[in-house]
Ligand binder design. Structure first.
Ligand SMILES: N[C@@H](CCOP(=O)(O)O)C(=O)O
Length: 496
């Protein structure tokens, strides 16, 4: 059994072991689950030459318990040793004076793939471990990347059902096509008239609903999550940081123990939080540079300590980051403040007034670790173009935000620390914007895929080839106010 316990950021959840934490997905007080134990300091030397499977095993074991290591290795082997990923899993490329960790080489061309290829194995293992006979219904809210990665991961996985909600008008056409053509007997994809925040808040509400709980009990089902609110989604992302770092060490681009910066294009803040955990486990990270699009609520937060969601919401050419309620910031505030009462107060203020402001001592602490910046849509296009022309590296629109914000940071702070930018998705998922950036012309998304390939010579990822020829299998679109009903409906159907 797992001896590591997880508690809620809001302090009102009894401690859960790793398996229950994954199955439950979120604290029953509405908070997010966090480790209730000292994070283990990893021996960097011992990690240096490990394969992705072995490194993932070493890191993840720290969150479950040493006696579970061989089982964890088996699950990692199933997820990463099955030919869905390239040999090196996360290649790290150089673009000028920065390093780009390509987290998008998996089955859906998004950085969530490594986490969402593993989570289903953990989920079924946890079901078995707990002797759970009910089915688990996985809910996911997506602004484009999580949805497809989760669908692909959970497709036809026994004992599970997955329902994904995406903003009908708030993801790229390629991301949408990836989702609406999803095959599998246990999948449901629903477009909403609303934005990502609407989808995410309805899903969070579903976890707190007494009516849904009763319905689930009646139908022998329970709910869990595939978003980064689920700690089981987040922990595999800690590996990204160690692996990218060790790749640079092994390529002799940095020395072992040398401090680096990470730049992270951020929306729901899960990837960044995984980095904070990696740092707490001993990875020498000097600064996190948090990069946002025009929905620059995180930039404001890191600069002022004020999280003010009472602002306009913009649809941008980096749609996966079109988010105003950045869930994992709650985990960061908890981890830095170590005070669940404080977190509860902030979250209550956010829910009731749409704004909260952290104390000045807490802000000071956070600012020692974080810098933040943002790009508007024109700057994103300019960055894609300039980076390609100057370095030959083709960025997607989200990674371009990371690159552009890092360049601004470099200029402003004259920091020469080596920096790794986490590349979140293939440029081909946003081919129309990328083509527009390169040629200043509009093309439809599928024409743009071909044209970008011709111009740049960058290979089109296999999962995106002939996407337009796949059959559309999911056409349902509902109003945001109908999400809870759609979930109820599915619960009833699953148990038929
Ligand atoms: N940007 C995400 C939004 C959900 O984030 P998650 O990390 O919490 O799953 C997306 O592309 O769906």
């Amino acid at each position: 059994m797992s001896d590591k316990k997880y508690i809620s950021t809001r302090g009102q959840q009894r401690p859960l072991d790793f398996y229950d934490a994954i199955l439950q997905g979120i604290g029953n007080d509405g908070g997010l689950l966090v480790p209730n134990f000292e994070l283990e300091q990893k021996d960097l030397k011992a990690l240096q030459h490990l394969s992705y499977v072995d490194m993932a095993t070493e890191i993840i074991t720290s969150f479950v318990g040493e006696n579970e290591k061989e089982e964890i290795r088996e699950l990692c082997q199933k997820a990463y040793g099955n030919g869905l990923f390239p040999q090196e899993v996360v290649p790290v490329k150089q673009a000028g004076d920065v390093y780009i960790a390509e987290l998008f080489q998996g089955p859906t061309a998004a950085f969530k793939d490594m986490a969402l290829s593993l989570l289903p194995h953990f989920m079924t293992y946890s079901l078995k471990k707990k002797g759970e006979e009910r089915k688990v219904m996985i809910l996911a809210a997506t602004s484009g990347d999580t949805g497809k990665a989760a669908l692909e991961g959970f497709k036809d996985v026994e004992g599970t059902y997955i329902q994904v909600f995406y903003p009908e008008d708030g993801v790229s056409p390629i991301q949408k096509q990836q989702m609406v053509t999803q095959t599998g007997q246990n999948v449901d994809v629903v477009g909403i008239q609303g934005n990502f925040d609407d989808a995410q808040s309805a899903v969070k509400q579903a976890f707190q609903s007494k009516e849904l709980k009763d319905l689930c009990d009646q139908h022998h089902v329970f709910l869990s999550s595939a978003n980064s609110i689920n700690i089981g989604r987040l922990i595999p992302q800690v590996v990204y940081y160690f692996y990218a770092y060790m790749t640079l060490v092994n390529e002799k681009k940095i020395a072992l123990n040398e401090a680096v910066n990470f730049t992270i294009p951020s929306g729901n803040f899960g990837n960044c939080l995984a980095g904070v955990i990696a740092k707490k486990m001993g990875l020498p990270i000097q600064k996190f540079i948090v990069a946002s699009n025009k929905n620059n609520i995180l930039t404001d937060f890191f600069r002022t300590g004020r999280y003010d969601a009472r602002r306009d919401f913009y649809k941008t050419n980096a749609p996966a980051m079109d988010i105003l309620v950045s869930s994992n910031l709650e985990r960061l505030v908890y981890m830095m403040a170590q005070d669940s009462q404080k977190v509860r107060n902030y979250m209550e203020q956010l829910n009731q007034q749409g704004v909260y402001e952290i104390s000045s001592d807490l802000l000071e602490k956070i600012q020692t670790l974080f810098k933040a910046g943002w790009l508007d849509e024109d700057e994103v296009l300019e960055t894609v173009k300039n980076c390609f022309e100057e370095t030959g590296y083709l960025l997607d629109t989200h990674t371009a935000i990371g690159y552009g914000v890092y360049k601004e940071y470099q200029k402003a702070f004259r920091d020469s620390t080596k920096t790794i930018i986490l590349a979140t998705a293939s440029p081909y998922k946003f081919a129309d914007s990328v083509y527009q950036a390169l040629e200043n012309k509009d093309l439809s998304e599928y024409e743009a895929i071909e044209a970008v390939c011709q111009k740049t010579g960058v290979a089109i990822p296999k999962p995106l080839v002939a996407l337009d020829q796949r059959e559309v299998l999911h056409q349902q679109v509902i109003d945001k106010s109908e999400i809870i009903d759609a979930i109820s409906q599915k619960i009833k159907e699953i148990s038929l």
